[in-house]
Design a protein around this ligand. Structure first.
Ligand code: MEV
Length: 313
């Protein structure tokens, strides 16, 4: 049997903008998806998906998942025409939009296949295979999710729009930073939401350019503020990033409500994270005590799930 894991992630700055070549900052989180692969006599592959989920997530993503698994297997050159494999997904990463669940499963699968078939792949090659898998979930992934999932830590990421390898850099902070992740419980389709932004951008390029120009300055300021551990500034920039995402039409009432609750309860900054129109929201906490207060308030306000985490080391 071959096994492998992939980490969940949260995007601190730059979802959607990253698709168009602007920098983004993502943080790996401790929760992960684990894949086990065993060989079988029957051709093809079968799957037991035992990952915990927000209700409806796995059903909604079933068809995309099938394409994604096929993509990873094909990319790795594994021939299942004579004998096959059984895949099992598990782990403690709760599948929800915005937490990198699809990328984590692609990374975990690529690592499990690497082990089972002795492919000798390094992390860059695993990341590449997972990127092919991510294409099953939406045709034009920026690659930030699989990169954060493969390498973990805090990542500065820039996609190469000409199709070359992305630029990514690990950012190390002097101290960990506390973060609360809250789920709306709604599953969004990345294909649809990214597609809507693209369509709107094509009909009104100036609309997108104005928002993207402001974001471009913002993300460089965010990088500096993070490295300086100037959390007040990081928080302000998260708030503005959320407003810019509202401008892109990818937030929704449920996400905006969670942002408001977090800010009313001591968060230095709060925003949606990931695809949007559902999925998750994140809150920056000044310390552990406030992180607990924010998490309690979000739970009481009706968030479908709340996780406390830290990033930066
Ligand atoms: C999804 O987690 C992040 C998006 O920016 C899409 C992508 O980067 O591929 C919305």
């Amino acid at each position: 049997m071959g096994s492998g894991s992939g980490k969940g992630k949260t995007i601190l700055f730059g979802e959607h903008f990253v698709v168009y070549g602007l920098p983004a900052i993502a943080a790996g989180i401790a929760s992960e998806t684990i894949a086990h692969v065993t060989r079988t006599d029957k051709p093809g592959w079968t799957l037991d998906d035992n990952r915990p989920e927000m209700p409806g997530y796995k059903e909604k993503k079933k068809d995309e998942q099938r394409v994604s698994i096929d993509n990873v297997i094909r990319h790795l050159g594994i021939d299942l025409s004579k004998s096959g494999i059984h895949i099992e997904f598990g782990g403690d990463l709760v599948c929800a939009s915005g937490i990198g669940a699809s990328a984590a499963s692609c990374v975990a699968l690529a690592r499990a296949l690497n082990e089972e078939y002795n492919l000798g792949l390094d992390d860059d090659a695993i990341n590449q295979a997972a990127y092919e898998g991510e294409k099953g979930y939406h045709g034009t992934p920026s690659g930030i999710d699989n990169t954060a999932s493969t390498f973990g830590g805090l990542v500065w990421y820039v996609r190469d729009l000409r199709g070359g390898p992305p630029t990514f850099e690990r950012l190390k902070l002097r101290e960990p930073v506390y973060l609360v992740i809250a789920s709306t419980g709604l599953t969004a389709s990345t294909t649809e939401v990214v597609g809507d932004v693209r369509a709107k951008k094509e009909t009104d390029p100036q609309w997108f350019e104005e928002i993207a120009n402001e974001y471009s300055t913002l993300v460089h300021n965010a990088r500096n503020a993070l490295l300086d551990l100037n959390l007040d500034k990081v928080g302000q920039l998260m708030n503005r990033n959320h407003e810019l995402l509202q401008g892109l039409t990818v937030s929704c009432k449920e996400l905006d409500d969670l942002v408001r609750v977090a800010l009313d309860n001591g968060a230095l900054g709060a925003k949606m994270t990931g695809t949007g129109r559902g999925g998750n929201q994140i809150s920056l906490a000044p310390d552990e005590k406030t992180m607990n207060i924010i998490a309690d308030a979000l739970e009481k306000s009706g968030a479908a799930a709340v996780w406390k985490t830290s990033f930066g080391l």
